[in-house]
Design a protein around this ligand. Structure first.
Ligand SMILES: [Zn+2]
Ligand SMILES: [Zn+2]
Ligand SMILES: [Zn+2]
Length: 288
């Protein structure tokens, strides 16, 4: 068996970079230069036993291609490549799950892709179209996972869903993912309202893993009512000791298009690096 790897498939907030309707400096630059684009936050795990996708974003088509390219074993290029066997969803905000529609008859006509999430997330999909119909017609299967319980999703790779506070609509909770492989442990936490509102201590959780990919939506506090996220500045203060220890790589992801750290040449991006933190990069890989 080859060693499993984690691959970063997207690093932007739900709307991506460039962002719909935006002419800010960064969106403008990203339209001119594809290398400055960032796809919405997503993650993949590949091993020679299969592939796992975390969240189904508006860039689903491109992200499953990146995931397929990262697979250690793949059939010779023919006319088609298969979608990942499993998709794990973090929550019911549209930017994180609606890409599932491309598994439907209208695009891929997939067979039985296993879609996993919390009990509330899966109940939400089963109760709403077109997701319920996609399951009835066999394109996907919808299965809930227990919270705070490790489940082996690929041989040697164990996943635990950790509930986190994040604006809940339609009664659906949000989960962070803890992934444990033979070589490393990873915390994936792209969306949270605030570190203080969590019943776990982010410094202890981040300190216990090798890689923490954390909500870096905004650089400064952002005062649009109903869109709370911990600003990167505050997170760096809270996690200074963990980053300083050198044991955990802390990388910010889920970056809003307006966030100056999207551009590696800004003073803010340089400050992140100078303080021992990282900005997640598209298609970065880590041993798992
Ligand atoms: Zn989000
Ligand atoms: Zn913009
Ligand atoms: Zn969200």
């Amino acid at each position: 068996m080859s060693d499993a790897e984690l691959v970063v498939l997207g690093t932007a907030q739900d709307g991506g970079l460039p962002h719909a309707g935006c002419l800010c400096r960064q969106c403008y630059a990203a339209r001119l230069d594809p290398l400055r684009r960032r796809l919405p936050a997503s993650l993949g795990v590949v091993s020679d036993s299969g592939a796992l996708l975390v969240d189904a974003t508006l860039a689903f088509a491109e992200q499953i291609y990146r995931l397929w390219q990262a697979r250690p074993l793949k059939a010779e290029p023919g006319e088609r490549f298969a979608p990942p066997e499993t998709v794990v969803l973090t929550h019911a905000h549209t930017g994180h799950y609606a890409g599932l529609w491309q598994l439907d008859r209208s695009v891929m006509a997939a067979r039985g892709v296993r879609v996993l999430g919390s009990a509330a997330m899966i109940a939400f999909l089963k109760a709403n179209e077109p997701w319920a119909m996609m399951e009835r017609e066999g394109f996907i299967t919808l299965t809930s996972l227990p919270l705070e319980t490790a489940v082996e999703l690929l041989p040697g790779i164990r996943l635990t869903l950790l509930p986190v506070p994040h604006r809940s609509e339609w009664g659906v909770d949000t989960v962070a993912l803890h992934l444990r492989g033979p070589r490393s442990c990873v915390l994936y936490l792209p969306d949270i309202d605030s570190w203080d509102a969590w019943d776990r201590d982010i410094a202890s959780e981040a300190g216990a893993v090798d890689l923490a990919l954390l909500d870096g939506c905004f650089w400064e506090p952002f005062h649009i009512p109903g869109v709370p996220h911990p600003p990167i500045r505050q997170s760096m203060e809270r996690l200074a000791e963990v980053a300083g220890s050198g044991k955990t790589r802390i990388a910010f992801t889920h970056l809003n298009h307006s966030n100056p750290v999207c551009d590696p040449t800004t003073p803010e991006a340089r400050e992140v690096a100078a303080r021992g933190f990282h900005v997640a990069q598209e298609e970065e890989r880590f041993p798992l």
